[in-house]
Design a protein around this ligand. Structure first.
Ligand code: GLN
Length: 197
């Protein structure tokens, strides 16, 4: 179908299928990205949740770290959820030894920031950037954004002020998982960014 936006999902590890489902519902063509030549064909990219330290290792093992960094720097629209947010952060605290990120977002992110008792929780969040209806946000061993650099916009925070969604240029990232409960509006933002480019 002409004009369908081709969106990659980094498919080394994590909840790839849920993102594919949301993107397909929005009318996009969702493709798995595991190799540099696959990355080269997409107009936008989702980095899913999972485990950021494993995703980092696999990204390097598959020769994707540099192509991904180059694509981000060249303006490819990218949406990262949870571990994907960690992958996009310029700086992380509580990383494992030697853990690297792709970077691009001038933020500092703390992994597993919400502690062992409340590793997973759900809450309704106001996110005016995606509309007036609140977002039902699912947090699973989620990171928190602890420092937001100039040029990065916080688009959602918890009642205690913890920043949990940000946007800057071609990048969007959330600590939570909209794909898990059928929330489509963040992926729709990504598609708009791809179509405007
Ligand atoms: N705690 C995971 C990490 O550090 C992220 C969890 C998630 O993506 N749901 O990568």
């Amino acid at each position: 179908m002409a004009g369908r936006t081709r969106v990659g999902i980094l498919a080394l590890q994590g909840d790839v299928r849920e993102h594919a489902h949301i993107l397909t519902r929005l009318g996009a063509e969702a493709v798995r990205v595991r190799r540099p030549d696959e990355l080269a064909t997409v107009q936008a990219l989702v980095i899913p949740g999972g485990e950021s330290s494993v995703m980092d290792k696999l990204t390097r093992a598959f020769g994707l770290q540099h192509p991904l960094r180059d694509a981000i720097a060249a303006g490819l629209p990218v949406y990262g959820t949870c571990a994907g947010l960690i992958m996009l952060a310029d700086r992380i605290t509580d990383a494992i030894e030697g853990q690297q990120t792709l970077g691009g977002l001038d933020v500092t992110v703390r992994r597993n920031a919400f502690g062992s008792q409340v590793e997973s929780f759900e809450i309704d969040l106001d996110v005016p950037a995606v509309g007036v209806r609140p977002v039902r946000a699912v947090f699973i061993r989620a990171p928190r954004v602890e420092h937001v650099g100039p040029g990065v916009e916080s688009i959602a925070a918890l009642p205690d002020g913890s920043v949990v969604a940000v946007r800057a240029g071609n990048l969007i990232a959330t600590s939570f998982h909209p794909e898990m409960n059928g929330e489509t509006r963040f992926h729709a933002l990504l598609l708009e960014m791809a179509q405007r480019r």
